[in-house]
Design a protein around this ligand. Structure first.
Ligand SMILES: [Zn+2]
Length: 83
C-alpha cells in the first residue's frame, strides 16, 4: 500500500517529532529491557494508508521518536533476544 502524504511527512528518529491526526494508537508496547530504562513505546497504525509506526519515548535519546515498523525489513532491533 502507498504511504500517505501525512505519513511521508513524519520525521522518523527524531524525538518529539509530531505525528498526524490519522494515526490510531494501538497501545503501549513495552519490553522489560526498555521498561527498566524508563523507555516507553507506543504502536500506531495509520487509518489512511495502513502504515505501522512505533513511537518511542526516551528522554535520553534524541533519536527516539517515530519509526516505521512495516517498512523495509532491515535488521530492526536486537531487542527480541535481549531477555
Ligand atoms: Zn498514512
Amino acid at each position: 500500500m502507498e504511504t500517505c502524504e501525512k505519513c511521508e511527512a513524519i520525521v522518523p528518529n527524531q524525538r518529539d517529532a509530531p505525528g498526524h491526526e490519522h494515526l490510531i494508537s494501538l497501545g503501549d508496547v513495552r519490553s522489560l529491557e526498555e521498561g527498566r530504562r524508563g523507555v516507553t513505546r507506543e504502536a500506531f497504525t495509520c487509518a489512511q494508508c495502513g502504515a505501522e509506526w512505533d513511537y518511542r519515548h526516551d528522554k535520553r535519546d534524541p533519536s527516539s521518536g517515530w519509526s516505521r515498523c512495516d517498512a523495509a525489513p532491515q535488521a530492526a532491533e536486537p531487542a527480541a533476544n535481549a531477555a
